[in-house]
Design a protein around this ligand. Structure first.
Ligand code: FES
Length: 258
């Protein structure tokens, strides 16, 4: 298959070539272009996603997929929206994995490790097999953040688990039958809300919002027509963007809204 992407009259900015390859979705063969992601290939084959598809951008964790390649005994995982199909792959999606999530009263929960231990005592069944880390499609060091939680190091656990997208694949491999991603989420909530120092500049901005500092500016934007909005969006003067690699002290020339 060959596609072109004309812009305007006759400019061609990209040319993609691909061939059809067989893939097996839940055991059934489909021939799909080898340039597609698993998600697009499944749609090409006729599947319609009402589950197992969210952001399509590798962020929401809804499209966890398990697959095996020919002549390879290993089970691989990936996000269907990010992983390109490979010839002969057998795959199935795991959009949801049943896992324990303890409901806790955030206000009443003290910011101590024992609160997490009480909510998730299965933490201590971890045998450090590292299967969770190996399966993570985001390369999150799951076993390491579990170890940090067991040590009561909320800061480290928050830092290590920050890229988690809650796909649940770690839980699917855990021989201790714990839901690592739910435990880490509880830790991040407690750390962010009760332990980490408050951001004073954020508090100032919230006060500014409440005091109506941005009201007039927003009203003007809401009343503007499309042409004006486009002009404002494109104009360097109207929309000053922080340069890449700018110094920490960088501030925009127009600091009326700071
Ligand atoms: S659809 Fe959101 S991560 Fe794939």
């Amino acid at each position: 298959m060959s596609t072109t992407a004309p812009i305007g009259e006759d400019k061609i900015v990209a040319k993609v070539t691909s061939k059809h390859v067989p893939i097996y979705v839940m055991g059934k063969r489909y021939d799909v272009p080898d340039s597609l992601t698993i998600m697009k290939a499944m749609e090409y084959a006729g599947y319609k996603f009402i589950r197992g598809c969210g952001c399509r951008g590798g962020i929401c964790g809804a499209c966890g997929t398990v697959y095996k390649k020919p002549d390879d005994y290993k089970i691989h995982v990936g996000l269907a929206c990010q992983t390109v199909v490979q010839e002969g792959m057998h795959l199935t999606q795991i959009p949801f994995y049943p896992a324990t999530r303890t409901v806790f009263d955030y206000e009443q929960t003290p910011a101590v490790a024992e609160a997490v231990f009480k909510a998730y005592p299965e933490l201590f069944r971890c045998v450090a097999c590292n299967a969770c880390t190996k399966i993570c499609p985001m390369d999150v060091p799951v076993m390491d953040y579990v170890a940090a939680i067991k040590r009561g190091d909320f800061e480290k656990a928050t830092e290590l688990s920050f890229d988690c997208i809650q796909c649940g694949l770690c839980a699917s491999r855990c021989m201790a039958e714990m839901a690592q991603y739910h435990i880490a989420q509880m830790v991040r909530r407690i750390y962010g809300g009760k332990i980490k120092p408050k951001a004073t500049h954020l508090a100032v901005m919230v006060d500014n919002v409440k005091a109506g500092k941005f009201k007039d500016g927003l009203e003007q934007l809401k009343k503007a027509d499309v042409a004006t909005l486009k002009q404002l969006y494109m104009s360097k003067d109207a929309r000053e963007i922080e340069p890449n690699m700018s110094e920490d002290e960088w501030v925009p020339t127009n600091n009326a809204y700071l």
